[in-house]
Design a binder for this molecule. Structure first.
Ligand code: GLY
Ligand code: MN
Ligand code: MN
Length: 465
């Protein structure tokens, strides 16, 4: 397809080497003969009341300040192709406008004596008498499909709307470049509301289907030279069919690749006898994402040494989950998991020190060679959610009901690590679950995706049977 002439909103210089002229007959008839089109943003109304509460919290925290929260813009991938647009998480959180957000939209909190008037500015669709409609490949409805009206968005999101053309930035505006505002909107997401918790459950539910698809496809993957891509593709299909897509690039890491923590090249073979580590999460249309890892024996059965490593990681995960409840510190999750990892790696003779010495804050850490990453992070509309929260609210913070985070210990014995016996080299295991804190404990949202050795072997046998 090529960009037609008379583009109205594209700012970049338009090449003319393949423009087709529109003859008079087209121009005389193109703006007539059209019916009304839909106004509604799918799913938006369910979140409107929750988003209003979030905006009220922002307003109360910044009296007298004009706040400007941008959705962000399309980013060019190459020449005429852009990356899929994804609204800034703070914008989606405060508007409830998610997968269908119009690029360049801006949420403005205008200070008043009583607080703020909130207005959402966006590029309303042009009517059908304009050239934008048929000649603008970036925003024209002929090219990208129906776009919303000001009235439609105002009704769905319960926010006043204005056309983007009348938005004017002010010199005293606070934007997300301001550390205080960025921090506030990040910390606002530490405790999820009822809408968010439902979306997290949905994200996990769809992700569970994706993992079923992966297990079913493992024999196909094992027959393909780039079997890791087969696994990635199977999950992608589920993510796009049932959700908005993946919340982050899928890690499909077979054999020794499992020891590369963020292996996303995914171009390796899937070899029977090896383990495959898959770290994948579906993002819902509301943009909430799951973040789940399972490590599976490609041939359906764990070897003795694979089982030993797996069960240690599971022990660490279960130990962390067992202490999760309101009142404990977030950091205790990691410390608890690390206690298990240090104890077992010391027992196996891998450490040059005792487990107790390895756990010493100053001189220890020898066990961390085999698990360099953290055990937990907050999860929500971003896979690493609440990233600008202060340390005292995050790592040193206290768990509260409604917080959602991962528990994801692992053990990774690199293929060329001379400190471990040969039988361990090339084995990487991570188990990652999504946890919500309740009034008196915690719930593992992903507990129904098989986790134990026996459950996993039975799962593979059942789906491949
Ligand atoms: N999927 C990246 C992580 O687990 O944090
Ligand atoms: Mn994670
Ligand atoms: Mn993950």
């Amino acid at each position: 397809m090529s960009t037609a002439e008379n583009a109205t909103t594209t700012e970049a210089p338009v090449t003319t080497n393949r423009k087709q002229p529109f003859p008079r007959g087209f121009l005389d008839t193109i703006s007539t003969g059209w019916a009304e089109r839909p106004e509604t943003i799918p799913g938006a109304r369910a979140q409107a009341a929750f988003a209003a509460v979030r905006r009220a919290a922002v307003s109360a925290a910044f009296p007298g300040k004009r706040l400007v929260i941008e959705a962000g813009s399309l980013k060019q991938r190459s020449n005429d192709t852009d990356y899929p647009f994804r609204a800034h998480s703070a914008f989606a959180h405060l508007t409830g406008w998610a997968a269908d957000t119009e690029p360049d939209s801006v949420l403005v909190f205008e200070p008043t004596d009583a607080g703020h008037d909130v207005t959402l500015y966006f590029r309303e669709r042009a009517d059908r008498t304009t050239t934008e409609f048929y000649a603008d490949a970036t925003v024209g409805e002929f090219w990208i499909g129906p776009r919303p009206s000001l009235a439609g968005v105002a009704a769905d999101l319960a926010i006043a709307t204005e056309h983007l053309a009348v938005f004017a930035a002010g010199s005293d505006d606070l934007t997300l470049a301001d550390a205080e505002l960025e921090r506030f909107v990040s910390e606002l997401r530490l405790v999820k509301d009822a809408y968010e918790l439902e979306e997290m459950r949905l994200a996990v539910e769809i992700t569970a289907r994706g993992f079923d698809d992966i297990v079913t496809a493992l024999p196909d993957a094992a027959r393909h030279a780039r079997g890791e891509r087969v696994v990635e593709g199977v999950f992608h299909r589920r993510a796009r069919e049932d959700g908005n897509g993946e919340g982050y690039d899928t890690i499909s890491a077979s054999g020794p690749h499992a020891c590369y923590l963020h292996w996303t090249r995914n171009d390796g073979a899937v070899v029977p006898g090896d383990l495959i580590l898959v770290d994948a999460g579906v993002e819902t249309d509301s943009l909430y994402t799951a973040d789940i890892t399972r490590t599976l024996p490609v041939n359906g059965t764990f070897s003795e040494v694979q089982r030993r490593v797996y069960e240690t990681v599971l022990e660490a995960a279960d130990a962390a989950f067992a202490i999760a409840k309101p009142g404990i510190k977030f950091r205790e999750l990691h410390e608890t998991a690390m206690g298990v990892i240090a104890k077992r790696t010391a027992e196996w003779g891998l450490l040059p020190v005792t487990a107790q010495e390895a756990l010493d804050n100053e001189k220890g850490g020898q066990h961390r060679r085999y698990m360099v990453h953290g055990t937990s992070h907050h999860l929500g509309i971003d896979v690493h959610d609440c990233a600008q929260a202060r340390r005292e609210m995050y790592y040193d913070g206290v768990l509260e009901p409604g917080m959602v985070f991962t528990i994801e210990p692992g053990l990774y014995f690199q293929i060329d690590d001379l400190t471990v016996p040969e039988e361990l080299r090339g084995i990487g295991v991570r188990i990652e679950d999504d946890i919500v804190v309740t009034e008196d404990g915690a719930v593992n949202l992903s507990a129904d995706i098989p986790r134990t050795v026996d459950e996993i072997e039975a799962w593979i046998a059942r789906l491949q049977g």
